[in-house]
Design a protein around this ligand. Structure first.
Ligand code: DX5
Ligand code: ZN
Length: 216
């Protein structure tokens, strides 16, 4: 299977968001990665529902929405209405994670669970067969452009092993500090999907950079 590429619009040019979305539409990218931050779960605020609604009007690929917010259950229906196709919540933000996953599925979206760098893979043991995506953070969530945390490779291997043991199918997605070098090693470790923000939108030729990641 070819790697799924999900460019993060956090690093896009918000004065020219439309043209950056068209670039992704016309590229080899598979998804749009949208980072939602509330200034509480993470020390930064990004953008919210009205922006997603606008993105959804012209985006021709699934919206991969990464919620870095407390109490995500309050907003599941709203994100569905705004156009989310995949809704990922943080393990660390959900007291009743199983219920949250059921809620996401009942709204017809794919459900993802994200783990912060310090959270071990073992916490997924009882939920892995109920979810569609695991989003492993390879930086501390909150900002783009940070450097990759090396211990992520080992986590990817552990997660791939758990998925195999449980005889289930879950997409292993990695977020933070992805470039051609880290991306290659992540794929070797078992990653299925790569999020890339600054590496794509900071490149001279973002479209070509997406192809380069896709063809690693
Ligand atoms: C960080 C976000 C990432 C971010 C990645 O909290 O979840 O999606 O946009 O940015 P880069 O690729 O620049 O590390
Ligand atoms: Zn993200």
């Amino acid at each position: 299977m070819q790697t799924i590429i999900s460019p993060s619009l956090l690093a896009a040019d918000f004065m020219n968001l439309g043209s950056d979305i068209e670039m992704v539409n016309n590229s080899q990218a598979d998804w749009f990665h949208l980072d939602i931050m509330d200034g509480v779960f993470v020390p930064n605020i990004s953008y919210g529902l009205p922006v997603i609604e606008q993105i959804n009007k012209i985006a021709k690929k699934p919206l991969d929405v990464h919620l870095m917010i407390v109490d995500p259950d309050r907003y599941i229906e709203a994100f569905k209405k705004a156009g989310a196709d995949i809704l990922t919540v943080h393990y660390e933000a959900c007291t009743h994670l199983h219920r949250t996953i059921q809620n996401i599925h009942s709204h017809g979206m794919k459900a993802g669970v994200s783990l912060n760098p310090h959270t071990p893979i073992s916490v997924l043991e009882e939920i892995i067969t109920d979810i569609d995506v695991v989003l492993l953070m390879s930086v501390n969530p909150g900002f783009g452009g940070q450097s990759f945390i090396e211990s992520t490779y080992n986590k990817v291997e552990k997660l791939a092993k758990l998925i195999k043991e449980k005889n289930t199918e879950v997409i292993i997605e990695i977020d933070g500090g992805v470039n051609l070098e880290t991306g290659k090693k992540l794929i070797e470790a078992g990653a299925d999907a790569l999020v890339a923000g600054s590496f794509v939108f900071g490149a001279k030729d973002p479209n070509q950079t997406i192809s380069d990641l896709k063809n690693l």
